[in-house]
Design a protein around this ligand. Structure first.
Ligand code: SF4
Length: 103
Protein backbone atom coordinates (compact mmCIF):
# COMPACT_ATOMS: atom_id res chain seq x y z
CA UNK A 1 0.00 0.00 0.00
CA UNK A 2 1.30 3.44 -0.89
CA UNK A 3 1.05 6.48 1.30
CA UNK A 4 2.10 10.07 0.89
CA UNK A 5 4.89 11.10 3.19
CA UNK A 6 5.60 14.55 4.60
CA UNK A 7 8.31 16.68 3.12
CA UNK A 8 11.72 16.07 4.57
CA UNK A 9 14.67 18.36 4.89
CA UNK A 10 17.10 16.91 2.38
CA UNK A 11 19.32 19.12 0.26
CA UNK A 12 22.03 18.08 -2.16
CA UNK A 13 21.76 20.48 -5.08
CA UNK A 14 23.05 23.57 -3.26
CA UNK A 15 19.66 25.21 -3.41
CA UNK A 16 17.64 26.45 -0.50
CA UNK A 17 14.01 27.42 -0.20
CA UNK A 18 12.90 29.50 2.74
CA UNK A 19 10.93 27.67 5.38
CA UNK A 20 8.05 30.11 5.00
CA UNK A 21 7.59 29.38 1.30
CA UNK A 22 4.47 27.44 0.34
CA UNK A 23 5.18 24.11 -1.36
CA UNK A 24 5.25 24.84 -5.08
CA UNK A 25 4.97 21.24 -6.32
CA UNK A 26 1.94 19.06 -5.98
CA UNK A 27 1.37 15.58 -7.41
CA UNK A 28 -2.25 15.29 -8.47
CA UNK A 29 -2.59 11.51 -8.89
CA UNK A 30 -0.12 9.31 -7.05
CA UNK A 31 -1.01 6.26 -9.14
CA UNK A 32 0.41 7.95 -12.23
CA UNK A 33 3.83 8.18 -10.60
CA UNK A 34 4.35 4.48 -11.20
CA UNK A 35 5.82 3.50 -14.52
CA UNK A 36 3.47 1.23 -16.41
CA UNK A 37 6.22 0.27 -18.87
CA UNK A 38 8.75 -1.13 -16.48
CA UNK A 39 6.64 -2.03 -13.47
CA UNK A 40 8.96 -0.02 -11.26
CA UNK A 41 8.43 3.25 -9.46
CA UNK A 42 10.10 5.59 -11.89
CA UNK A 43 7.14 7.52 -13.26
CA UNK A 44 7.62 10.66 -15.32
CA UNK A 45 8.43 13.01 -12.48
CA UNK A 46 11.12 10.84 -10.95
CA UNK A 47 12.56 9.99 -14.35
CA UNK A 48 12.97 13.54 -15.63
CA UNK A 49 13.84 15.52 -12.54
CA UNK A 50 17.59 16.28 -12.49
CA UNK A 51 17.57 17.21 -8.81
CA UNK A 52 16.14 14.15 -7.10
CA UNK A 53 13.06 16.00 -5.95
CA UNK A 54 10.73 13.02 -6.44
CA UNK A 55 11.81 9.93 -4.59
CA UNK A 56 10.37 6.58 -3.58
CA UNK A 57 11.62 5.47 -0.18
CA UNK A 58 10.97 2.39 1.89
CA UNK A 59 10.16 2.59 5.57
CA UNK A 60 9.79 -0.86 7.02
CA UNK A 61 7.36 -2.62 4.71
CA UNK A 62 5.85 0.67 3.50
CA UNK A 63 6.76 2.34 0.25
CA UNK A 64 6.41 6.10 0.39
CA UNK A 65 6.61 8.84 -2.20
CA UNK A 66 8.64 11.79 -1.00
CA UNK A 67 8.91 15.24 -2.52
CA UNK A 68 12.20 16.92 -1.65
CA UNK A 69 10.87 20.32 -2.72
CA UNK A 70 13.82 22.21 -1.30
CA UNK A 71 16.07 20.54 -3.88
CA UNK A 72 14.10 21.99 -6.80
CA UNK A 73 16.16 24.14 -9.15
CA UNK A 74 13.03 25.42 -10.95
CA UNK A 75 13.85 23.98 -14.36
CA UNK A 76 10.18 22.91 -14.85
CA UNK A 77 11.22 19.74 -16.68
CA UNK A 78 8.80 17.64 -14.62
CA UNK A 79 5.96 19.88 -15.69
CA UNK A 80 6.92 20.08 -19.36
CA UNK A 81 7.83 16.41 -19.90
CA UNK A 82 5.06 14.75 -17.95
CA UNK A 83 2.59 13.38 -20.52
CA UNK A 84 -0.13 13.17 -17.87
CA UNK A 85 0.29 16.75 -16.63
CA UNK A 86 0.24 15.26 -13.18
CA UNK A 87 2.39 17.90 -11.52
CA UNK A 88 0.76 21.08 -10.33
CA UNK A 89 3.69 23.49 -10.45
CA UNK A 90 3.13 26.92 -8.92
CA UNK A 91 5.67 29.65 -9.52
CA UNK A 92 6.80 31.05 -6.16
CA UNK A 93 6.12 34.67 -5.41
CA UNK A 94 8.80 37.22 -6.25
CA UNK A 95 12.07 36.42 -4.53
CA UNK A 96 10.78 33.06 -3.40
CA UNK A 97 12.76 30.83 -5.72
CA UNK A 98 15.90 28.91 -4.90
CA UNK A 99 18.87 30.69 -3.41
CA UNK A 100 22.09 29.08 -4.56
CA UNK A 101 24.63 28.61 -1.83
CA UNK A 102 28.22 27.43 -1.55
CA UNK A 103 28.11 24.35 0.64
FE1 SF4 B 1 12.81 18.65 -10.59
FE2 SF4 B 1 13.00 20.69 -12.31
FE3 SF4 B 1 10.61 19.73 -11.58
FE4 SF4 B 1 12.10 21.09 -9.84
S1 SF4 B 1 11.19 21.90 -11.72
S2 SF4 B 1 10.99 19.21 -9.43
S3 SF4 B 1 14.16 20.44 -10.42
S4 SF4 B 1 12.18 18.64 -12.76
Amino acid sequence: KLSFDKLTNVSFTNTFHGEDQPVHLKVLDMALQKSSEHDVFDGPSARYCPAGVYEWITEGDQLKFQINAQNCIHCKTCDIKDPNQNINWTVPEGGGGPAYTNM
